[in-house]
Design a protein around this ligand. Structure first.
Ligand code: SF4
Length: 335
């Protein structure tokens, strides 16, 4: 009778953003003998679309985890602070790895992998930061970084022979040529730019987010999601104004209004809808009606402009005699 050898195949869960490095991590681990699945995260600040595309191209299953509550908690209190904008990258990354680790344990996998490259980003991917992230994620020994593993201590699955360490790489630094060569080798052609797609890294978005945090707070997910919509103003007494930029945004603002919001929209001329989550004073409401008028197409409509104000269950109309210039309100505008 023939002798049969059973070899356990390592099963890993790889953080997949859709970027090149995250795709290469999967390819390298396949070469090292592991069976891989992807995990990605979804919040109002970044979408899983690129990861979905990458998983389909790599032919691996993808787990999509809603990360909104985690991200908001980190924005309120980032233990390791923010990057250049409102991006709590070190803690965000560590928490994603921790969530991936929880999924790993639930599904009975052997390790979590990432596409990090030592020293690729001076602040978040130096040796110390990699150690901080590994410790904060609670996955010490089970976190495999296949693109730079040769420069790091062997992980448990490597020590146990589940992954062939000799097939893992020793990339370091900011040069991207080695990754582009590997992309050719593995036939990867479609990948977004590194770190692209996260609104938290954008300074302009960060200003809006900070403003919301300081005024209405981040507990209402609807208001967090509405950060992606419209122009933003903060009026002198504290009222926030979200002003639609086109017909779609106007419709969305009207649809997402709750009974505690006030809606302002022109009736007699085409123009934007404004959503005011909380009205702090009559003076602010008056300013909001004038903002709506200033962004309306009043030029070809002589005379007064009529604006409707929807508050509670009541709709009232107000005549605005002279539209103000937009410049009047620019000091209140956030974006
Ligand atoms: S870029 Fe965005 S998603 Fe990525 S670690 Fe930073 S905050 Fe998190």
């Amino acid at each position: 009778m023939a002798c049969v050898h059973y070899t356990k195949k390592a099963r890993g869960l790889s953080l997949l953003s859709g970027g090149l490095d995250s795709q290469l991590a999967v390819c390298v681990l396949h070469d090292a003998g592991a069976e891989m699945e992807g995990v990605t995260f979804s919040t109002p600040f970044f979408a899983p679309d690129a990861a979905r595309k990458a998983a389909a191209a790599l032919g691996i299953p993808l787990h999509v985890v809603d990360f909104t509550d985690d991200e908001i908690a980190l924005i309120k209190n980032p233990p390791h602070g923010f990057g250049g904008a409102m991006n709590p990258c070190i803690d965000c990354h560590a928490t994603m790895i921790r969530r991936a680790g929880e999924l790993m344990a639930r599904l009975g996998y052997d390790f979590v992998a990432t596409g990090e490259v030592l020293n690729q980003r001076p602040m978040s991917q130096n040796r110390q930061s990699l150690g901080v992230v590994e410790k904060a994620s609670g996955l010490v020994g089970r976190l495999v970084r296949p693109l730079c593993a040769q420069l790091l201590e062997p992980t448990i699955p490597e020590q146990e022979g589940l992954i062939d360490r000799s097939k893992l790489l020793g990339l370091s630094g900011r040069r991207r040529e080695p990754q582009f060569e590997l992309a050719k080798k593995y036939g990867l052609v479609d990948y977004p730019s590194p770190a692209g797609g996260c609104k938290l890294t954008e300074k302009g978005f960060g200003r809006k987010l900070k403003d919301l945090l300081c005024h209405e707070g981040l507990d209402e997910r609807r208001l967090v999601e509405l950060l992606l919509v419209g122009r933003r103003f903060r009026l002198p007494d504290g009222t926030g104004v979200i002003l639609g930029r086109d017909a779609n945004e106007n419709r969305l603002l009207a649809e997402r209004r709750t009974p505690s919001d006030t809606l302002v929209a022109p009736v007699s001329v085409p123009g934007p809808t404004a959503l005011l989550p909380r009205v702090a004073s009559d003076a602010d409401l008056e300013a909001a009606t004038r903002i709506v008028c200033a962004w309306s197409r009043f030029d070809s409509f002589p005379g007064e402009i009529t604006v409707k104000i929807v508050a509670d269950a009541t709709t009232t109309e107000r005549a605005i005699s002279r539209p103000y210039l937009r410049e009047t309100f620019l000091s209140f505008q956030l974006t």
